[in-house]
Design a protein around this ligand. Structure first.
Ligand SMILES: Nc1ncnc2c1ncn2[C@@H]1O[C@H](COP(=O)(O)OP(=O)(O)OP(=O)(O)O)[C@@H](O)[C@H]1O
Length: 296
């Protein structure tokens, strides 16, 4: 697997407090990768380290094979749409595009103008007068027209209404396919991630709880329902991730790399939302990357 972003024991401390600690992960190239995890898991810290806006306190991070923001090639290769989708309120859309052209050697003016046209935005409009959704689209346009190899987006759609969110994700999906971008997108909205991501990383307390292709994750996780049994015994190779009991019934979420055929259990699929919630609820495995990594 070629990785566009790799961390090894990465940590960032603010004063005496760790925002990210001992984080080890790989982000594969050529994928749209969803980064999900609870509040405070360290997602924003990780993404800011990846774009060189923060410096690590410990451990290492490699982006596109080099140190983040370490030179012109690195800076040109990585696009970033931050949480607040920052734009300059006093500048018009056209001025943003001119600024983009000045600052980015690989700037694709035709892509930028085409996207602004397709969005129906007036180039003379000031960014400060745009709606939240339009501002997010402008920030995304700047990120795409830079023609990076890796585009990183930190919760870009959190403040958008469902329609604006859907339009934003549509543009992102089109750009990822058209320009063969590697994308890392953090979000709490699993349904959105399911729509556009082909790879998922669940980060809890700086640790990767599970990572893998979305199809593989869905194929290897199952909901087993059966009579109340305690303790539960399953054949080797099945990892029980969660157990729920009622008076009569046991429900398990299980990871199994081979199909589960067991007459004692009714086997059903697990949706991505439930899968993410299951891993978010599990205690973190301190000190090493989760053994539950699913590779293509
Ligand atoms: N500038 C800062 N100064 C001090 N502590 C910080 C700072 N930024 C983040 N933290 C702390 O670091 C931890 C990780 O924060 P981070 O924003 O990276 O998490 P997150 O996973 O992005 O959370 P969310 O989903 O809420 O955006 C949190 O406990 C947070 O309070």
């Amino acid at each position: 697997m070629t990785a566009v972003l790799q961390t090894q024991g990465l940590g960032k401390k603010y004063g005496r407090r760790w925002a990210l600690r001992n984080c080890t992960l790989d982000v594969p190239a050529g994928r749209v990768v969803g980064l999900v995890g609870p509040n405070g898991a360290g997602k924003t810290t990780l993404l800011n380290l990846a774009v060189g806006q923060l410096q690590p306190t410990s451990g290492g991070i490699t982006v596109l094979g080099g140190r983040p923001a370490s030179g012109p090639e690195q800076l040109a290769g990585v696009g970033f749409v931050a949480q607040s989708t920052p734009t300059y309120a006093g500048l018009s859309i056209a001025e943003h595009l001119r600024l983009g052209a000045r600052l980015n050697p690989g700037w694709d003016g035709a892509v930028a103008r085409d996207r602004i046209g397709r969005l129906g935005l007036d180039p003379a409009q000031r960014a400060g007068k745009l709606s939240g959704g339009q501002r997010a689209q402008l920030a995304l346009t700047l990120g795409i027209a830079k023609r990076p190899r890796l585009l990183i987006l930190d919760e870009p759609v959190a403040a958008l209404d469902p329609l604006a969110r859907s339009e934003f994700l549509q543009v992102l999906m089109e750009a990822a396919a058209e320009h063969r971008l590697s994308v890392v997108l953090s979000s709490h909205l699993v349904a959105d991630l399911e729509r556009i991501c082909d790879h998922l990383i669940v980060l809890v307390d700086s640790r990767v709880q599970v990572a893998g292709g979305v199809d593989e994750l869905l194929a290897t996780h199952h909901r087993l329902t059966g009579p109340r049994l305690h303790p539960v015994r399953l054949p080797a190779g099945r990892h029980v991730l969660s157990e729920r009991y009622t008076d009569r019934q046991t429900t398990l979420i299980v990871r199994a790399d081979t199909p589960v055929f067991d007459p004692a259990w009714t086997v059903g699929p697990v949706g991505l939302e439930d899968l993410v919630l299951t891993y978010m609820a599990r205690p973190t495995d301190t000190g090493r990357q989760s053994a539950l990594e699913v590779q293509r």
